[in-house]
Design a protein around this ligand. Structure first.
Ligand SMILES: Nc1ncnc2c1ncn2[C@@H]1O[C@H](COP(=O)(O)OP(=O)(O)OP(=O)(O)O)[C@@H](O)[C@H]1O
Ligand SMILES: [Mg+2]
Length: 201
Protein backbone atom coordinates (compact mmCIF):
# COMPACT_ATOMS: atom_id res chain seq x y z
CA UNK A 1 0.00 0.00 0.00
CA UNK A 2 1.39 3.46 -0.77
CA UNK A 3 2.52 5.19 2.36
CA UNK A 4 0.33 8.26 1.89
CA UNK A 5 -2.77 6.06 1.94
CA UNK A 6 -2.11 5.66 5.67
CA UNK A 7 -4.13 8.02 7.78
CA UNK A 8 -2.67 7.08 11.14
CA UNK A 9 -1.09 9.59 13.46
CA UNK A 10 1.98 8.90 15.59
CA UNK A 11 2.47 11.03 18.69
CA UNK A 12 6.04 10.70 19.79
CA UNK A 13 8.40 12.41 22.23
CA UNK A 14 11.25 10.59 23.93
CA UNK A 15 10.94 12.87 26.95
CA UNK A 16 8.09 12.09 29.35
CA UNK A 17 5.37 14.46 30.42
CA UNK A 18 5.28 16.73 27.37
CA UNK A 19 1.68 16.05 26.31
CA UNK A 20 1.64 12.90 24.15
CA UNK A 21 -1.31 11.28 25.89
CA UNK A 22 -3.19 14.57 26.05
CA UNK A 23 -2.80 15.17 22.31
CA UNK A 24 -3.58 11.54 21.53
CA UNK A 25 -6.82 11.58 23.53
CA UNK A 26 -8.02 14.90 22.09
CA UNK A 27 -7.26 13.69 18.57
CA UNK A 28 -8.81 10.23 18.94
CA UNK A 29 -11.96 11.86 20.36
CA UNK A 30 -12.11 14.36 17.55
CA UNK A 31 -11.48 11.88 14.74
CA UNK A 32 -13.53 9.19 16.51
CA UNK A 33 -10.77 6.71 15.93
CA UNK A 34 -8.85 4.15 17.96
CA UNK A 35 -5.82 4.73 20.15
CA UNK A 36 -2.80 2.50 20.69
CA UNK A 37 -0.37 2.95 23.55
CA UNK A 38 2.76 1.32 24.91
CA UNK A 39 2.28 3.11 28.24
CA UNK A 40 1.96 0.64 31.12
CA UNK A 41 -0.22 2.77 33.36
CA UNK A 42 -2.03 4.84 30.82
CA UNK A 43 -4.86 7.15 31.88
CA UNK A 44 -6.51 6.67 28.47
CA UNK A 45 -9.45 4.69 29.78
CA UNK A 46 -10.47 7.74 31.80
CA UNK A 47 -11.47 9.42 28.56
CA UNK A 48 -11.86 6.88 25.76
CA UNK A 49 -14.18 3.84 25.65
CA UNK A 50 -12.24 0.63 26.35
CA UNK A 51 -13.21 -0.90 22.99
CA UNK A 52 -11.28 1.84 21.18
CA UNK A 53 -8.03 1.38 23.13
CA UNK A 54 -5.22 -1.04 22.41
CA UNK A 55 -2.84 -1.18 25.40
CA UNK A 56 0.28 -3.06 24.42
CA UNK A 57 1.61 -5.37 27.11
CA UNK A 58 5.32 -5.46 27.85
CA UNK A 59 6.99 -7.20 24.91
CA UNK A 60 3.76 -7.52 22.91
CA UNK A 61 4.30 -6.79 19.24
CA UNK A 62 2.76 -3.80 17.53
CA UNK A 63 -0.23 -5.02 15.50
CA UNK A 64 -0.51 -4.17 11.81
CA UNK A 65 -3.67 -2.11 11.35
CA UNK A 66 -5.66 -2.52 8.13
CA UNK A 67 -6.23 0.66 6.07
CA UNK A 68 -9.90 0.79 7.06
CA UNK A 69 -8.93 1.22 10.71
CA UNK A 70 -7.61 4.60 11.73
CA UNK A 71 -5.58 4.92 14.91
CA UNK A 72 -3.55 7.37 16.91
CA UNK A 73 -0.34 5.94 18.37
CA UNK A 74 0.53 7.31 21.82
CA UNK A 75 4.10 6.12 22.13
CA UNK A 76 5.50 6.70 25.62
CA UNK A 77 8.92 8.17 25.90
CA UNK A 78 11.35 5.30 25.87
CA UNK A 79 13.12 3.87 22.88
CA UNK A 80 10.65 1.15 22.13
CA UNK A 81 11.31 -0.98 19.01
CA UNK A 82 7.55 -0.86 18.34
CA UNK A 83 7.94 2.85 17.66
CA UNK A 84 9.32 2.09 14.19
CA UNK A 85 6.26 -0.03 13.38
CA UNK A 86 3.97 2.79 14.56
CA UNK A 87 5.83 5.25 12.33
CA UNK A 88 5.72 2.87 9.38
CA UNK A 89 1.93 2.77 9.76
CA UNK A 90 1.57 6.57 10.05
CA UNK A 91 1.64 9.43 7.60
CA UNK A 92 1.79 12.18 10.22
CA UNK A 93 3.83 12.59 13.39
CA UNK A 94 3.23 15.10 16.17
CA UNK A 95 5.99 15.83 18.68
CA UNK A 96 4.81 17.79 21.73
CA UNK A 97 7.53 19.93 23.26
CA UNK A 98 8.23 22.80 25.60
CA UNK A 99 11.11 25.21 25.64
CA UNK A 100 13.05 23.88 28.62
CA UNK A 101 16.61 22.86 27.79
CA UNK A 102 15.91 19.16 28.40
CA UNK A 103 12.74 19.17 26.35
CA UNK A 104 14.50 20.83 23.42
CA UNK A 105 17.35 18.32 23.56
CA UNK A 106 14.97 15.38 23.59
CA UNK A 107 12.86 17.01 20.88
CA UNK A 108 15.89 17.08 18.58
CA UNK A 109 16.63 13.43 19.46
CA UNK A 110 12.99 12.56 18.73
CA UNK A 111 13.04 14.39 15.40
CA UNK A 112 16.20 12.49 14.52
CA UNK A 113 14.30 9.22 15.05
CA UNK A 114 11.09 10.17 13.24
CA UNK A 115 12.36 12.23 10.32
CA UNK A 116 12.30 10.44 7.01
CA UNK A 117 9.85 7.85 8.38
CA UNK A 118 6.58 9.78 7.94
CA UNK A 119 5.31 12.21 5.32
CA UNK A 120 4.76 15.17 7.64
CA UNK A 121 6.07 16.13 11.06
CA UNK A 122 5.00 18.93 13.36
CA UNK A 123 6.32 19.98 16.73
CA UNK A 124 3.47 21.08 18.98
CA UNK A 125 4.83 23.91 21.11
CA UNK A 126 2.70 22.86 24.06
CA UNK A 127 1.50 24.49 27.27
CA UNK A 128 2.37 27.97 26.05
CA UNK A 129 1.65 30.78 28.49
CA UNK A 130 0.92 34.39 27.59
CA UNK A 131 3.45 35.56 30.21
CA UNK A 132 6.20 33.90 28.13
CA UNK A 133 5.39 35.16 24.66
CA UNK A 134 8.76 34.14 23.16
CA UNK A 135 8.60 30.42 24.00
CA UNK A 136 7.10 29.32 20.69
CA UNK A 137 9.72 31.28 18.73
CA UNK A 138 12.49 29.78 20.86
CA UNK A 139 11.27 26.26 20.10
CA UNK A 140 10.95 27.16 16.42
CA UNK A 141 14.48 28.57 16.29
CA UNK A 142 16.07 25.47 17.83
CA UNK A 143 14.02 23.02 15.75
CA UNK A 144 14.49 24.86 12.45
CA UNK A 145 18.26 25.08 12.95
CA UNK A 146 18.33 21.29 12.56
CA UNK A 147 15.02 20.37 10.90
CA UNK A 148 13.88 23.28 8.69
CA UNK A 149 10.93 21.39 7.20
CA UNK A 150 9.23 20.61 10.50
CA UNK A 151 6.17 22.75 11.20
CA UNK A 152 5.71 24.41 14.58
CA UNK A 153 2.14 24.47 15.88
CA UNK A 154 1.42 26.41 19.08
CA UNK A 155 -0.95 25.09 21.75
CA UNK A 156 -1.60 27.06 24.90
CA UNK A 157 -1.81 25.73 28.44
CA UNK A 158 -5.48 25.31 29.27
CA UNK A 159 -7.70 23.75 31.91
CA UNK A 160 -9.81 22.32 29.08
CA UNK A 161 -7.35 19.42 29.11
CA UNK A 162 -8.44 18.34 32.61
CA UNK A 163 -12.06 18.75 31.64
CA UNK A 164 -11.62 16.40 28.69
CA UNK A 165 -10.27 13.68 30.99
CA UNK A 166 -12.58 14.31 33.95
CA UNK A 167 -15.80 14.51 31.96
CA UNK A 168 -14.96 12.41 28.91
CA UNK A 169 -16.04 15.33 26.75
CA UNK A 170 -14.41 16.05 23.39
CA UNK A 171 -13.30 19.59 22.60
CA UNK A 172 -16.07 19.83 20.05
CA UNK A 173 -18.73 18.85 22.60
CA UNK A 174 -17.43 21.52 24.96
CA UNK A 175 -17.25 24.16 22.25
CA UNK A 176 -20.77 23.77 20.87
CA UNK A 177 -22.27 24.65 24.21
CA UNK A 178 -23.45 28.25 24.45
CA UNK A 179 -22.10 30.42 27.25
CA UNK A 180 -18.97 31.68 28.88
CA UNK A 181 -17.16 28.36 29.18
CA UNK A 182 -16.88 27.70 25.46
CA UNK A 183 -15.95 31.32 24.88
CA UNK A 184 -13.09 31.07 27.36
CA UNK A 185 -11.70 28.06 25.49
CA UNK A 186 -12.00 29.66 22.04
CA UNK A 187 -8.28 30.48 21.78
CA UNK A 188 -7.28 26.91 22.62
CA UNK A 189 -9.85 25.57 20.16
CA UNK A 190 -8.52 27.73 17.32
CA UNK A 191 -4.99 26.46 17.96
CA UNK A 192 -6.12 22.86 18.23
CA UNK A 193 -8.07 23.17 14.95
CA UNK A 194 -4.79 24.11 13.21
CA UNK A 195 -3.31 20.86 14.54
CA UNK A 196 -6.29 18.98 13.09
CA UNK A 197 -5.85 20.81 9.78
CA UNK A 198 -2.23 19.71 9.74
CA UNK A 199 -3.30 16.09 10.40
CA UNK A 200 -5.99 16.19 7.72
CA UNK A 201 -3.80 18.13 5.32
N1 LIG B 1 -2.04 22.14 26.57
C1 LIG B 1 -2.06 21.74 27.85
N2 LIG B 1 -2.64 22.51 28.81
C2 LIG B 1 -2.64 22.13 30.10
N3 LIG B 1 -2.10 21.00 30.57
C3 LIG B 1 -1.50 20.17 29.68
C4 LIG B 1 -1.46 20.49 28.27
N4 LIG B 1 -0.80 19.47 27.65
C5 LIG B 1 -0.47 18.57 28.61
N5 LIG B 1 -0.89 19.00 29.83
C6 LIG B 1 -0.66 18.32 31.14
O1 LIG B 1 0.70 17.97 31.22
C7 LIG B 1 0.86 16.74 31.90
C8 LIG B 1 1.64 15.76 31.02
O2 LIG B 1 0.86 15.46 29.87
P1 LIG B 1 0.76 13.99 29.30
O3 LIG B 1 0.48 12.98 30.36
O4 LIG B 1 -0.16 14.06 28.13
O5 LIG B 1 2.26 13.78 28.80
P2 LIG B 1 2.92 12.46 28.18
O6 LIG B 1 3.92 12.94 27.19
O7 LIG B 1 1.89 11.51 27.72
O8 LIG B 1 3.68 11.85 29.45
P3 LIG B 1 4.31 10.36 29.59
O9 LIG B 1 5.60 10.40 28.82
O10 LIG B 1 4.54 10.24 31.06
O11 LIG B 1 3.33 9.38 29.04
C9 LIG B 1 -0.54 16.26 32.25
O12 LIG B 1 -0.82 16.63 33.57
C10 LIG B 1 -1.44 17.02 31.28
O13 LIG B 1 -2.72 17.26 31.81
MG1 LIG C 1 1.52 9.54 28.24
Amino acid sequence: MPKNAQKNIAIVQLKGGEGKTTLAVMTAMMLQCGIVTNERHSPLDQAIPANRIVKLEHGEEMPEFPPAVRVVFDMAGFEDPRLLSALRQSSVCLVPASCSFLSLQRTLDTLGVVSGRVDRIAVVANRLESKYPNHAQKIEKVVHAHFPHVQILPLRRSSIVDRIFMRKESIQEIMVRPGLLSRSYQGFYEEYKKILDFINH
